[in-house]
Design a binder for this molecule. Structure first.
Ligand SMILES: [Zn+2]
Ligand SMILES: [Zn+2]
Length: 240
């Protein structure tokens, strides 16, 4: 499994782009980065992603999708159908996002040309996509709308992704279901709505079999035994 970080900053980082991770050049975890620039820079055309997994509806995880989708729809060849997976409300959110960005006519054109399908998952919901088994875990982040983390599994790797999350029993379930995890680390010290470096150290201790890759970085302080992700870092999993 190959993982490329297209954005590793927090919502308001000055030195890194917003959240997006490309898996095996075919799946996107969140879509906050400027994808019309960052996908080609990573060597992947706009038609590359077959599915996008949204963890929640905050701008730093979703606003890259509006340009990616219409940009792809306007190409002579749009590639295959696009699946968008997310928590309850994803379909409505996506319609609103495209309407606001481009108007309803362009939204309809995008939807048709990309053959968009939306799958909304709840806690412990699962689906099969392009040879991966994907499971969703409800995360604690904001009370305004549901937030998910995911575990993507193929025959060799079980990759977890926390999205934005506080420490919670469901986060522990997610970590117990994976061998590698892309975890957010927004703060140095514990705070609300997000994980901190202190939380990460405790989670690593509680889940010694899991390799941590840290993103949504609000601190550049290293964590022994974990990878601090940077924009455009590519890793091959399993990590040796
Ligand atoms: Zn965020
Ligand atoms: Zn958020």
């Amino acid at each position: 499994m190959e993982v490329t970080f297209l954005g590793t900053g927090t919502a308001f980082s000055a030195g890194a782009y917003n959240a997006s991770i490309l898996v095996d050049r075919a799946l996107l975890l969140d879509a906050g980065a400027p994808l019309c620039v960052h996908l080609p820079r990573a060597g992947v055309p706009l038609t590359g992603p077959r599915a996008v997994f949204l963890t929640h509806f905050h701008a730093d995880h979703t606003f890259g999708l509006a340009s990616l989708m219409l940009g792809r729809a306007l190409l002579p060849d749009q590639g295959g159908p696009l699946l968008v997976v997310g928590p309850a409300g994803t379909r409505e959110y996506l319609v609103q996002l495209l309407d606001l960005a481009w108007g309803d006519e362009m939204r309809q054109l995008t939807w048709e040309r990309l053959q968009v399908t939306v799958t909304e998952l709840g806690h412990e919901g699962s689906l099969q996509v392009a040879g991966y088994r994907v499971r969703a875990f409800e995360m604690t982040h904001t009370s305004r709308f549901p937030c998910l983390g995911y575990v993507l599994e193929n025959e060799r790797v079980r990759l977890g992704y926390t999205g934005d999350s506080e420490v919670s029993p469901n986060l522990d379930s997610l970590l117990s279901s994976c061998d590698h995890v892309i975890a957010e680390m927004t703060y140095a010290e514990p705070g609300q709505m997000h994980l901190s470096r202190v939380d990460i150290l405790q989670l690593m201790k509680a889940h010694p079999g899991v390799r941590f890759m840290l993103t949504h970085r609000g601190t550049d302080q290293a964590v022994d035994g974990a990878v601090l992700a940077r924009d455009f870092l590519t890793l091959r999993l399993p990590l040796s």
